[in-house]
Design a binder for this molecule. Sequence first.
Ligand code: PRX
Length: 675
Amino acid sequence: MSQKKAAKPAAKKPAPALKTAKTKVAASSTKSHMTENRVFKPSAEFSKNARISSMAQYKRMYEESIKQPDKFFGREAKELQWTKPFSKVLDWKCPNAKWFTGGKLNVSENCLDRHLNGPRKTKAALIWEGEPGEKRVLTYQQLHREVCRFANVLKRHKVKKGDRVVIYLPMIPEAAIAMLACARIGAIHNVVFGGFSAESIKDRVVDSGATLVITADGGYRRGSVVPLKKNVDDALKGNDTTVKTVIVYRRTCQDVHIEEGRDVWWHRELEYVDAHCPAVAMDSEAALFILYTSGSTGKPKGILHTTGGYLLHAQMTCKYVFDMNDQDVYWCTADVGWVTGHSYMVYGPLALGATSLMYEGAPNWPENDRFWRIIEEYAVTIFYTAPTAIRAFMKWGDEWLKKHDLSSLRLLGTVGEPINPEAWMWYHNKVGGGKCPIVDTWWQTETGGHMITPIPGATPTKPGTATLPFFGVDTAIVDDLGKEVGTDEQGKLVIRKPWPSMLRGIWGDKKRYQDTYWSEFKGWYFAGDGARRDKDGNIWIIGRIDDVLNVAGHRLGTAEVESALVSHPSVAEAAVVGRPDEMKGQGIVCFVTVKEGIQTSRDLSDELKKHVRKVIGPVATPDEVRFAAALPKTRSGKIMRRLLKQIAAGEIIKGDTTTLEDINVIAQLVSSGED
Ligand code: PRX
C-alpha cells in the first residue's frame, strides 16, 4: 500500500445515526444460540426411509470413524471403483495427508462408466435449463459419450496428464463435460467463476501455468449476455502467458474475436474425434483440480484437491447428508465456479449415479418465481441453496411460491454463510411445507466437502446451527492457546484429524500452505472461522474471524479489494472491512485516502466502485466508499480494522483506543459516511 500524503476529504457531514437495521442479521445470527430453543426432529417417515435413521446409528458410525478411521474409510472406499486397490488407508505426517495409498482410480470412470452396466445407463445424469428457457437432458450414456469425445479434443491439443486447464464457462452442461474430460485424461482443471474479470482470469492462468483455456462466446445472466470470450481475450492480451489454445463453445452466438492459431470452436473440434477414450488410471493422490479462493492476505491461493479421498468424501456426503437415491432429482443452485458446484453439482451426485439439475441463470429471471417454477416442472426432491438466496426470496414475497406446487421436495440444504433463524424458519415452512429436514452444511473450499452438518434422518435441528460433525471430522472450539472453551463460549474452530477430502496444498506454495492452515495450532487445521457449542453439542458458526469477507456467500479477501483500490491513480491508501448486511450477510465498505491534489466527490466514489469491479469482477463491487484524511493506525503503523468495522457498521466505538496514533481520525471517519 502506498502512503503518500493524503488530501483533505470532501466537506464533512453530520455523524450518522446508529444504523441498527443494518446490523440485524449479524446480531441475530450470533446471539441466536442463546435463545434458540426450537428443535425440529426428522419425521418418522423420513427417518424410516433414510440410510441413517437414528442418532444412535449416527453416533456409532461417528465413533468408529474417529477411533478406527482405517476400518471406517477403508470400508466406505470399497464403494468406489478402483483400477488398482489401495494398500493403506491413511498416511499422515502433518500437514501432509495421503489417503488410499497404492490405489489407482479415475474420477470420470467412477462418475460415468461404472453406471453404464445397469439401468442407470439411460437415466438422466444431468438435467439442464438455460436462462432463456432451453432444456437438455443428458443420460449417463450420453454424458459419457460427450466426455470421451471432448477428452479426445483435449488430447488432440496435446493436453496430457498433469497439465493445467482453465475452464471459464457459463452454467451449461459443457462445464461438467470439460471438468470430467480433464479428469479422464489426468489433466488438472482450474475452473474460474464466470463473474470474475479478465485480470482475475489472468492471475489464475499465470499462477497455475495453464496451457489451455475453455470458454464460451458468452453466457446468459438476467437477460443479458456476459462477454466471456472477450474477458478471456483481455486476460491473454500481450501473449505473455503459457496458454497455447483456447476452445470456444458457441452459446450466445454473438460475434467474437477468433485469434488465428490459438482459438478453435468446440463444435468444430468434435468433428475430428471419436467417442472412444479410455480413462487414465490415476494415483489416489494425483491432483484432480485447483480452485482459487481468497485468504486474508495477498492474492487468491490455488487450493489443490486430489483424486481418491476427495471423490470418496463427495460421494459419501451425497449418500449420507443428502440421502440421495436413484429416484431423486437433486438441484444445487451454486455456480460451477465455486467448490459447491464442483463437489455437489458434478462429482458427488454423479459418483453416486444420481440426477443433478443445473440452471444457467438468475433466480429472478424473467420473474421472481423462476426457482419455484423449476422445482415444480422437474419435480425436484432435494434442493441445496445459499442463505443469501433464501433472504432474497423472503423479500420478494410468498406469493411467488404460492403459484407453484413444491410438494415434490423432501430435503432442503443450505451452504456458504450462517443462516439466520428467521430465514431458516421461512425456508422450513414456506419452501419445505414444514415437512422437509434442513441440512445446514458448514464447509470450505479447502475442506472439499461437508464438515459440520445434520444427518437428515437422525439429527434434531435448530434454526441457525450446522449441528454436528460429519464422519471422520474431529472438531474442537478452542481459545488462542488451543484450550477448549466452555459451553456457549466463542472460540476458534479447529479440526484435529485429517479427513479424506482435505486440501493437499496451495498450488506452488508449500510454505503458505503450512503457514496458513497449520501454524496457529500445531498439528491442527484452522482456516478462519469462529464458533460456539451449545449445551446439546450443536456447533454455531459465527463466521470468519480473519480478514476474509463473505459477501452473498462469495468469499473475498479484504487485501484483494485494497490492492484493487490502490491500483487506481487517485488512491493513496485504502482499508476494506465488512459490514453486516441484512440481505448479503456482509457488504463491502472501503475507507480511502486520496493522493495530494485529488478532490473527493461522489463521482470519484462511483469511479472507485467501478474500478474494483473491473479489476476483480462484479462479485467484489463495494457497497460504500468513504473518503478520509487518514486511516486509524497504531503508533507502529498498523491499521486498526476493529475500529473501522465498528465505524462501518454504525456502531459506537468500543474497546481500547489508546494505541491510536491520532484519536481525531476517528471523529472524521465516523462523519465520512455516504448520504
Ligand atoms: O465462513 C465459512 C462460510 O464460508 C466459508 C468458506 O467459504 P468458501 O471456501 O467460499 O466455501 C463456501 C462453500 C462451502 C467458511 O469459512 N460458511 C460456509 N458454509 C457455512 C458457512 N458459515 C456458516 N454456516 C455454513 N453452513
